[in-house]
Write a protein that binds this ligand. Structure first.
Ligand SMILES: O=P(O)(O)OC[C@H]1O[C@H](OP(=O)(O)OP(=O)(O)O)[C@H](O)[C@@H]1O
Ligand SMILES: Nc1ncnc2[nH]cnc12
Length: 200
């Protein structure tokens, strides 16, 4: 209704929603522009999605943290901890935790963490490994959201969720920048929910 002084409630909220979506879309587009694909790395047949250009671009990195922040706020109003996965989950996790003003806990590859740890083994898209968390890093019933750069087969995030469940944490969901849909990692992670910013 061009020129009208009155705006209906639906029109007003529709407009706000439109602005929000446009903003979200532009952030997603910016992120997508900063992901490079390398065929046959580190093995023949793997299309490697490289997130390094996001780290090199302050606007793209800010867009990623903005979108993760929005996602966490829709998951639960009071998340206690962000849990990041070794190694690329460490690039986004501490920034997100700082933005949310909550703590960050690392899940590391085996043998890197001092003190008493809990360990879980898993298979990768290209290999095998073990993950560990410090036993006292998370208290029972604490509400946690996990973060990693990428979901492929889901083996890594499954192992991390298993560690958190062994510490009796409440896993509210998993965030990833990139989800490789064909590998069906999200199905493997059920009943845990995966929230991905970009899908390939
Ligand atoms: O869903 P999945 O099949 O488990 O694969 C995803 C995982 O693989 C990559 O990490 P990688 O183990 O290569 O280690 P890095 O982060 O140390 O490079 C990626 O950063 C995820 O953590
Ligand atoms: N295709 C892929 N690209 C980047 N990181 C990965 N981790 C596992 N699969 C990957």
């Amino acid at each position: 209704m061009r020129g009208s002084a009155s705006t209906s409630a639906t029109g007003f909220y529709g407009c706000i929603k439109g602005l929000f979506c446009t903003n979200m879309e532009s952030k997603l587009q910016l992120l997508r522009k900063h992901v490079r694909t390398f065929p046959d790395f580190p093995k023949p047949g793997i299309q490697f999605r490289d997130i390094c250009p996001i780290l090199k671009s302050p606007p793209a990195l800010t867009a990623a943290i903005d979108l993760f922040e929005e996602q966490v706020r829709t998951i639960h109003p009071q998340v206690d901890l962000i849990v990041g996965l070794d190694a690329r989950g460490f690039l986004f996790g501490p920034l997100l935790a700082q933005r949310l003003e909550i703590g960050f806990v690392p899940v590391r590859k085996r043998g890197k963490l001092p003190g008493t740890t809990v360990t879980a083994a898993y298979d990768l898209e290209y290999g095998k490994a073990e993950l560990e968390i410090q036993e006292d890093a998370v208290s029972p019933a604490q509400k946690v959201v996990l973060i990693d750069d990428l979901l492929a087969t889901g083996g890594t995030l499954c192992a991390a969720c298993e560690l958190l469940l062994r510490l009796k944490a409440q896993v509210l969901g998993c965030l990833v920048l990139i989800e490789l849909k064909d590998l069906r990692g999200a199905e493997r992670l059920k009943p845990h929910t995966v929230f991905s910013l970009l899908q390939y």
